[in-house]
Design a protein around this ligand. Structure first.
Ligand code: SAH
Ligand code: SF4
Ligand code: F3S
Length: 442
């Protein structure tokens, strides 16, 4: 017999959207009596929310599923479920490969999780539903949010872009936008729970189409009382409108940071990736953003080793990076995803070349990131206090409006407060500083 206090362990892989989905599923499962635990061994239900964007993400999940096999043998009442993008992609194959999995739930069915678990509590049999990848977004949401200061609010799901390397459109379905009223209500609810920073999420957040433009939505959320900081991700360059740039420039609490994945720095590869812009167009966009929002921070994603990439293409990308000077870049090695067009492209790049190019790319970008951060030394920045740092509780951590991580010596400040910090040391991925008290300023 299951008692009333049932324990749930959730493991989340992949992007912020998966974090948000996990919080939603945890909220639904709470309604049927599950409370969260960190300890898988004490769990009555283990839910793995998966990612399949690269082979490495899938390998991690398979490793994790394997680890739970013995746990399941020791405790047959344990329910093991797999949700998220890999569940959507693999469906029943997951159970064929690992029969100790009880259920597989696709991305479009995540709001069904409580119903599925209740039925498995009553009668144990394998359950798979990946039937509707573009499933309706449930308006009944009561996410069990992690953290205390900063949280995610999804505003749209899915992707229609079909970049030739990417699995996301196949596992997340077509673009669907939530209604503004529903988004406002959720933001207000998060603020009431004490959250200070809201990040609006979408695979292509700026192609939002819920009856108003993304710029209008962003400006409206900016006006909600209690939202101290507002962020959004991920933006596609093709949808970054002048209206949106103006909204950011004119916003009150909208942070001056745009994550704007470029993916590559040569037209030939961009075209083969189906990114629908050229290097020149992207550069012009960056220029326009920097004129309108002078202190903007720009970050990006890049993929090396895309099929057909020549040394010349790669050198062009290095040149491009030196020209743009991103604040930071997330760099990935191309991973062949079966079912995507690029998986069948000729001239796949060998592993050694991919790794060498990644190293070189990172070296160039790290120099740029460091130089950008060094230029901030001795300046004062607004920091949202997140809490004690992981390694030293005398040191606090927080983020600048530009989304840079900063460590600082603290006084009586509390998590969730906005403080002014003077930067006294800059590193590639990190800033260090000291709080400026109003008495120091006077
Ligand atoms: N919707 C977002 C995020 C997509 S996934 C966007 O369009 O930017 C996050 C990043 O993973 C992408 O920006 C891309 O750089 C990377 N990525 C996607 N598919 C990949 C693949 N097959 N191999 C390597 N990196 C990939
Ligand atoms: Fe993938 Fe491209 Fe869609 Fe981003 S825009 S999720 S990279 S297909
Ligand atoms: Fe991964 Fe799915 Fe996000 S594939 S990156 S978890 S949308």
């Amino acid at each position: 017999m299951r008692g009333m206090d049932k324990k749930l362990k959730i493991l989340t892989y992949g992007c912020q959207m998966n974090v948000a989905d996990s919080e939603r599923m945890a909220g639904l499962l709470k309604k049927i009596g599950y409370t969260l635990t960190d300890d898988a061994e004490r769990a009555d239900l283990i839910l793995i929310n998966t990612c399949c964007v690269r082979a490495t993400a899938e390998d991690k999940v398979f490793g994790q599923i394997g680890k739970f096999k013995s746990l399941k043998r020791e405790k047959p009442s344990l329910i093991l479920g797999v949700a998220g993008c890999m569940a959507q992609k693999e469906g029943a194959n997951l159970i064929k490969r690992a029969p100790h999995i009880d259920f597989v739930l696709g991305t479009g069915q995540s709001s069904e999780v409580a119903r599925v678990v209740l039925s498995l509590e009553r009668e144990r049999k394998h359950f798979v539903d990946v039937s509707n990848v573009s499933g309706e977004i449930s308006s009944e949401v009561f996410p069990l949010r992690g953290g205390h200061v900063s949280t995610f609010v999804p505003i749209m799901y899915g992707c229609n872009n079909f970049c030739t390397y990417c699995i996301v459109p196949y596992v997340r379905g077509r673009e669907r936008s939530r209604q503004p009223e529903e988004i406002f209500a959720e933001v207000k609810q998060a603020v009431a729970e004490g959250f200070k920073e809201i990040t609006l999420l979408g695979q292509n957040v700026n192609s939002y189409s819920g009856g108003m433009t993304f710029a209008e939505l962003l400006s409206a959320v900016d006006k909600i009382a209690g939202v101290k900081r507002l962020r959004f991700m991920t933006s596609h360059p093709k949808d970054l409108s002048d209206e949106l740039i103006a909204a950011i420039a004119g916003g009150e609490n909208i942070c001056e940071h745009i994550h704007l994945p470029v993916q590559y720095g040569s037209d030939k590869i961009l075209q083969r990736m189906n990114r629908v812009y050229t290097v020149e167009k992207y550069l012009r966009l960056v220029e326009k953003i920097r004129v309108a929002i002078p202190n903007v921070s720009l970050t990006t994603d890049l993929i090396v080793g895309f099929p057909g990439e020549t040394e010349e293409d790669f050198q062009e990308t290095l040149k491009f990076l030196r020209a743009v000077k991103f604040d930071a870049a997330f760099t990935f090695i191309y991973s062949k995803r079966s079912g995507t067009p690029a998986a069948t492209f000729a001239s796949q790049i060998d592993d050694a070349t991919k790794h060498r190019r990644l190293e070189e790319l990172m070296k160039v970008q790290n120099e740029i990131s460091l130089a950008k951060n060094l230029a901030l030394e001795n300046s004062a920045v607004e920091v949202l206090v997140e809490g004690a740092s992981k390694t030293d509780d005398k040191i606090f951590m927080g983020r600048t409006r530009s989304n840079k991580l900063i460590l600082f010596e603290h006084g009586s400040e509390q998590a969730g407060e906005l403080v002014s910090v003077k930067i006294n040391q800059a590193q590639t991925w990190l800033l260090k500083g000291k709080i400026i008290h109003s008495s120091d300023v006077a």
